[in-house]
Design a protein around this ligand. Structure first.
Ligand SMILES: NC(=O)[C@H]1O[C@H](CO)[C@@H](O)[C@H](O)[C@H]1O
Length: 837
């Protein structure tokens, strides 16, 4: 049937290998070439999956040339280069992004048409590369896209996890986690570099050589092998690399004797231990995970990456004598949060123990090379590793960390005696007898030349609170770098309809890599012609979203209703609970209305999506509550024309690319001072979706840029929160009756017999663990509901709403990750573009 037709279609296509094909016919041939000569499936099979792999391989051909040219260009020019170390990269799918950045999208669409396929049908075959948890991981991926697009000599280093973030399955009992094997078949984008292999040691002991130098010996040694993923830039030939490390045991470590003795497990023990290292991404978002394997993963990333950086630094010297003091003028290392902090003692170890430098030289080089980005002020997310575990796994590094701590204390006592009393908080080691730990954030602040926050409010809070005493020691060390998102994936490629309109009215598509140009849309915000086009694009995206929701949940939603969306990791500080309590109150009021009254309301579809950390009970209860409320509301004939509540399962990058273009209102309602930045807020604003939110993270700057009239603001501000918590403890808090009514309605069993009192009790009482409404849901609920009422009113005036939507996009220029990376390059890394001729 169709399958044979496809093969017959394929038969007619000439079989010609042409890696640099640009014309559709040539491309079709090249795809056929890969279907034949890069076989991964049975012969004469060309189903969507086979077509995807063949297409991806033909695109990879196009990338490889630019990739190799870029590699040799950087080698030849030998510019200062940046190395971004991150435990997470949330890349999503690569095919659409690659053909888009190579500017061959239309050619590939035509070529596939000749092969009997639509490009969309093929791109959907690709699995998300979900090697990250949320904002921090996706930011790293947006940064890679901007570093390439700005033709900056920059590399990403990460781990090649076998299992990325779990798949979220929604069942009667709520969220279930399913392992997601993204490499089950293979990734067409990665290339193993069997000549880039480094030994990584664990455990063992430190030996002192006769000349007093120290050497780390013994323990177990695992090999780190590089797998490179191409990172194409937009409208540039530069194609950078994301180098992911895989772990494998040395062949000679396989114990043949034991094997022949039948002791198979122990014979292969070292191999299974090696496999464990990169097996799974730790699924905790904004929480630390103190497991030994996590620490092994972190060290594996740091050691492999630094050994590789030093090896290539030497290579680029072309045999000339090594001037180590020049290392920082050729190498900039950025730590994405504290997860790669071990880079600091590892660089010290490599410079002293392997290269023979003294402490002061090594320290000077390390300090001038490494910079650190902080992504959260949440206490439970600040990593502290047990000193005992560190001594066992990394004895040489613990020695170096002790020395850093000692020298820091001496420096404070000699240069900042007024801070003597603060040393126990500022020092790197916390030697409390219960559980002595290493404070990773302190080690980063003490060792790095620059520390930055990820939004202005967050950076101000770092300087005024978390790191305030360090500011007294190093007043110029602290910077702000407000986050950004790549406009390629998050507008140009995921919302082609809106992109076409923007290009038409701006008379250029330069905005795709010069996003500040969007401001020129402002002059047309009142134009009914633009508004009509804008609304039709939004409606088309809403229809696509509605089709997707029907497909994955079975719930049909009405594109004529207001599409209200909150998608992000489930966490109490992000207050999805306030959103669902608001929905419950809205439902209850609709039930109490007469049919006439209901008709006057603004129909709304509330969609919530996000994964909860498997052991985070309250987060899983929130997920269940949303789906239980939806199950009742959506099947209630009295109200389901006016309200629908949907939990969108398995939220990831590809789902976001469908949801964001079709959204009209998005919620970023965290307790002020707790969301460092947020980045989905930027993606929504860029796609003309209005925001209801608190003055938290990047919301503050988005509101400044798009205009406060186009932002539905509510809630306590960050500086009010400590006082409000205190007043709560003193029992001064008076709950809003709507808040009480919503809670009671849930407790009444209106949404099934699951016992939600443990979750709702977290909102009760004046204080105590898991109680006392620490995230101020009760305090902010009334202003939140008032803001939602303003939304309902505003949505009735479509002309006004569409104008606000256009002004939201027009004011989003600042939030391009090109602006962010441009600032990192200039103000932290001191690197320049190195564009291919
Ligand atoms: N864990 C995160 O996602 C963190 O990093 C992101 C990227 O800087 C921030 O936007 C987010 O507010 C923060 O919680």
């Amino acid at each position: 049937g169709r399958a044979t037709d496809r093969v017959q279609i394929l038969e007619k296509i000439p079989l010609v290998a042409n890696p640099q094909a640009k014309e559709p016919a040539e491309i079709a041939s090249n795809i056929k070439y890969h279907a034949h000569y890069s076989p991964h499936f049975s012969p004469y099979k060309f189903e969507p999956e086979q077509a995807f792999y063949a297409t991806a391989e033909s695109v990879r051909d196009q990338l490889i040339k630019q990739w190799n040219d870029t590699y040799s260009h950087y080698h030849k020019v030998n510019p200062k280069q940046t190395y971004y170390l991150s435990m997470e990269y949330l890349q999503g799918r690569a095919l659409t992004n690659s053909v888009g950045n190579l500017d061959v999208q239309d050619a590939y669409a035509n070529a596939l048409k000749q092969l009997g396929y639509a490009l969309e049908e093929i791109t959907e075959q690709e699995k998300d590369a979900a090697l990250g948890n949320g904002g921090l991981g996706r930011l790293a991926s947006c940064f890679l896209d901007s570093m390439a697009t700005l033709s900056l000599p920059a590399w990403g280093y990460g781990l090649r996890y076998r299992y990325g973030l779990f798949k979220q399955l929604m069942t009667k009992t709520g969220q279930e986690e399913i392992a997601e094997d993204w490499l089950e078949k293979f990734s067409p984008w990665e290339i193993p570099r069997h000549d880039v292999v480094f030994p990584i040691r664990f455990f063992g002991q430190v030996e002192v050589n006769p000349n007093g130098s120290r050497k780390w010996v013994g323990g177990e040694v695992i090999q780190a092998v590089a797998y490179d993923v191409p990172i194409p830039g937009y409208k540039t030939k530069n194609t950078n690399s994301l180098r992911l490390w895989e772990a494998k045991a040395r062949a000679e470590d396989f114990n043949l004797f034991e094997f022949n003795d039948g002791k198979y497990e122990s014979a292969a023990l070292i191999h299974s231990r090696a496999q464990q290292i990169c097996a799974v991404l730790y699924p905790g978002d904004a929480t630390e995970d103190g497991k030994l394997l996590r620490l092994k993963q972190q060290y594996f990333l740091c050691s492999a990456s630094l050994q590789d950086i030093i090896t290539r630094f030497k290579e680029r010297l072309g045999g000339k004598d090594i001037q180590w003091l020049e290392f920082p003028s050729k190498v900039a290392v950025q730590l994405n949060d504290t997860h790669p902090t071990l880079s600091i003692p590892e660089l010290m170890r490599l410079l002293m123990d392997d290269e023979g430098l003294g402490w002061d030289e090594a320290w000077d080089i390390t300090n001038r090379t490494i910079a650190y980005t902080n992504h959260t002020v949440l206490p439970e997310a600040l990593e502290k590793w047990s000193q005992a575990v560190m001594w066992k796994l990394l004895p040489r590094h613990m020695e170096i960390i002790e020395e850093v701590d000692k020298r820091f204390i001496i420096m404070i006592q000699s240069t900042k005696p007024e801070l003597e009393g603060k040393i126990s908080d500022l020092r790197v080691l916390d030697n409390n007898p219960q559980k002595p730990v290493v404070r990773m954030a302190n080690l980063c602040v003490v060792s790095a030349h620059t520390v930055n926050g990820v939004a202005q409010l967050h950076s101000d809070i770092l300087k005024a609170e978390l790191f305030s005493d360090y500011v007294k020691v190093w007043p110029t060390k602290f910077q702000n770098k407000t986050n950004g998102i790549t406009p390629r994936r998050w507008l140009r490629f995921c919302n082609p309809e809106l992109s076409r309109i923007i290009t038409k009215w701006l008379k250029t598509d330069q905005w795709v890599n010069d996003l500040d140009l969007l401001v020129n849309l402002r002059q047309f915000a009142d134009s009914s012609e633009l508004q009509a086009e804008w609304e039709s694009a939004k409606l088309a995206s809403k229809q696509r979203l509605a089709n997707y929701v029907l497909q994955v949940t079975g719930v049909s939603i009405d594109p004529k209703s207001l599409f209200d969306i909150q998608i992000k990791r489930i966490h109490e500080y992000k207050r999805q609970l306030m959103n669902i309590l608001g929905a419950v109150y809205r439902y209850k009021k609709l039930k109490e209305m007469s049919p006439e009254e209901r008709k006057k309301t603004t129909p709304r579809t509330i969609m919530i999506g996000g994964k909860a950390f498997a052991t985070y009970t309250n987060a899983k209860r929130i997920v269940k509550l949303v789906s239980d409320v939806g199950a009742v509301v959506n099947t209630d004939p009295e109200v389901n024309d006016f309200l629908k509540v949907v939990f969108v399962p398995n939220y990831n990058v590809s789902v976001a690319e469908v949801l964001i273009p079709g959204s009209e209102l998005s919620q970023h309602i965290s307790t002020a001072g707790m969301e460092a930045s947020g980045t989905s807020n930027m993606k929504f604003a860029l796609n003309g979706c209005l925001i209801i939110g608190t003055l938290d993270g990047a919301n503050v700057e988005i509101r400044e840029e798009i205009g406060q009239d186009n932002f539905f603001l509510f809630g306590a501000t960050a500086d009010e929160v400590p006082r409000l918590r205190k007043e709560r403890e003193q029992g001064l808090f008076k709950p809003d009756p709507r808040f009480e009514e919503a809670k009671q309605f849930i407790k009444s069993g209106a949404f099934g017999n699951y016992d939600y009192s443990p979750l709702l009790d977290s909102l009760e009482g004046n204080s105590g663990f898991g109680r006392g409404d620490y995230f101020l849901v009760g305090y902010d609920f009334p202003s939140y509901m008032d803001a939602q009422a303003r939304v309902d009113e505003a949505y009735k005036d479509r002309k006004k709403w569409t104008k606000m939507s256009i002004l939201s996009t027009a004011g989003s220029g600042k939030f391009s990750s090109d602006r962010t990376i441009g600032q990192y390059a200039k103000e932290i890394w001191k690197i320049n573009e190195c564009r291919l001729p």
